[in-house]
Design a protein around this ligand. Structure first.
Ligand code: ZN
Ligand code: ZN
Length: 334
């Protein structure tokens, strides 16, 4: 089988032995495609993974071989995510399921950018779904990323009538904006790239250019009457500045991206403005279920966000994502 592996600063296609069940429970699936996640880019760029690692976790796949107590069968088209919480540890009990050791240790193998992938019985039982016929592979590949957004929205405990600003209108910012809208809150967006601002507006997220901090702040305050929460899908220094400027006293900042350097939020801003700054990382099985429902009911529109690349051309997908040439890459595998 072909797999796309990280080797130093390249993604290289290698032929490896077919993944088989070999007596294990679970399924061997044939990925039809896999979304390229921002976290894959970070792992590749910051060299967080070892040579030979196969990235990709946003898979839609057909079951090739199965040994399972679930009702899934050979030939089913499924979507799955990659981590499962234990449900019993201190993190799980406090709702921080993505901090759970078991969550971090579970994964699909070897990774989504591969012609065959092992999906464990635990995955099938907890985070896999049968994809309805009227949903395309590209649409359902947003199952895990939208799940991440839904978790962030829930963690923020918003109130009805709240005004939200999403900073950064890349694919995840747009998805976040759509998710916030689907939950019934008023959502604004901002970015520095005109194309993305236009796309935000097209998707019903009232979006503006935030390159000039003073004039953007004036504009957003007059439009909204006050920003109750800011969702940071960008970790740039400039984005942090915007967040601290626009958020109202007593408001919330939801951190949803890593920062290239170790910049942070100034203590005194948090103290004097009584801000709540909180992170949200990866989804729980319930968030994923909600994401599945929103995509399959078409309450969140994810069509037109992706650019398709073949597995052989995956390096280009990484390059084009890094240079902001595209919003979101979807790797077509079979
Ligand atoms: Zn992802
Ligand atoms: Zn746990």
């Amino acid at each position: 089988m072909k797999t796309a592996q990280v080797w130093e600063d390249k993604i290289i296609i290698k032929n490896t032995k077919d993944e088989r069940l070999n007596g294990r429970k679970g399924a061997i699936v044939r990925p039809l495609g896999c979304g390229l996640c921002g976290s894959d880019i970070v792992k590749f760029r910051e060299k967080i993974v070892h040579n030979g690692a196969v990235l990709g976790h946003e898979i839609v796949a057909v079951i090739d071989e199965i040994e399972s107590e679930t009702s899934f069968k050979k030939g089913d088209r499924i979507v799955t995510s990659h981590h499962i919480p234990c449900g019993n540890c201190v993190y799980c009990k406090h709702g921080n399921v993505s901090m759970c050791e078991h969550f971090k240790s579970t994964n699909i193998f070897p990774g989504g950018f591969s012609e065959k992938v092992y999906v464990s019985e635990e995955h099938l039982k907890n985070v896999a779904h049968l994809v309805p016929d009227n949903i395309t592979n590209e649409e359902i590949s947003f199952y895990e990323p939208l799940g991440c957004c839904i978790r962030a929205i829930k963690r923020c405990s918003l109130m009805s009538g709240d005004n939200i600003l999403v900073i950064g209108l890349g694919s995840i910012g747009l998805l976040m904006g759509e998710g916030i809208k689907a939950f019934g809150y008023k959502v604004y967006g901002c970015d520095l790239i005109e194309e993305r601002i236009n796309l935000g507006n097209k998707l019903g997220i009232e979006s503006y250019y935030s390159g000039n901090l003073e004039s953007f702040n004036e504009l957003i305050q007059s439009k909204s009457g006050g920003i109750d929460a800011v969702f940071m899908t960008s970790g740039a220094d400039k984005a942090l500045e915007v967040a601290l400027k626009v958020v109202r006293k007593g408001g919330k900042i939801l951190v949803f991206s890593s920062t290239p350097k170790s910049t942070g939020y100034p203590n005194n801003e948090i103290y004097y403005k009584e801000l709540t700054v909180m992170g949200s990382y990866s989804p729980s099985p319930k968030d994923l279920q909600d994401s599945f429902d929103l995509i399959t009911s078409k309450k969140v529109n994810v069509s037109g966000l992706t650019t398709v690349y073949s597995l052989d051309n995956i390096q280009q997908a990484f390059d084009d994502t890094i240079t902001n040439k595209i919003l979101k890459a979807y790797i077509k595998i079979s």
